[in-house]
Ligand binder design. Sequence first.
Ligand SMILES: [Fe+2]
Length: 263
Amino acid sequence: MLSDLHYRDTGCAQWTAAVVAHLSQLRPRPAFCVLAGDLTEDGAPGQLTAVKRAFWGLPFPVHALPGNHDCDLEGSFENYRAVYGPTLNYRFSVAGREFLVLDSTEGRKVYRARVSRESLVWLEGQLASLPRERPVTLFTHLPLGKNWLRPVNAEAVIRLFAHHRLEGVFSGHWHGLTQTRRESSVLVTGRCASRWRRNHDGSDEKGYLLCAVRSGRLSHRFISVGRPGEEGLRLASLMPGHPGLSAGCEPGTNSAPSAGTHG
Ligand SMILES: [Fe+2]
């Protein structure tokens, strides 16, 4: 899961290319990638299209969901829908596991947002048709765990999973590593992948969360793409024929700070 690119202008193009190049070098190749909102800064058509062009070139499926910054300045998601499709809530399956992508936004609201009735009704309908023993992972932009930026009805969303095997909830919005445990579920936020926006956990490293399932258990770790300003160097190091990936940059093996609790 990668979130909070906050793409705003062509100044973000090289950084975004470096992030995509980093993902494309991952081995084994990921089954898919989820962009968990705030793809852009202002939800402008040019910003939305630039992100889509960059990520949809990856050799694996990419799924997007909107963040509060992906609607336009009037609070409309029309631009977003025109680029990423009309459906904001959707579900897909991979290897016997279910993945639910839920729109958690209320326009551009940052704090005390409410997950819409439409999203809740959709979620309820999906869960009704889902076998209870099947592992489920949820992606939202606004965090559902213990976080002051969580939606006011975050608990109502979590309660809908009471009779299901919710393994993880992965979210953006809070630009920092956090992890809250709720019975057998883990509720996580990741650091941002933005060139210019800062992390809220005081860290400089930008990147994404790499998830894996081993022996039936879902795990995740932060993978650093680096610090903005180094993207030219990193792109060069990822070029075919280059002597090798620079130290600390090799995908999947760079230092991955363990997820800590926060707030
Ligand atoms: Fe953000």
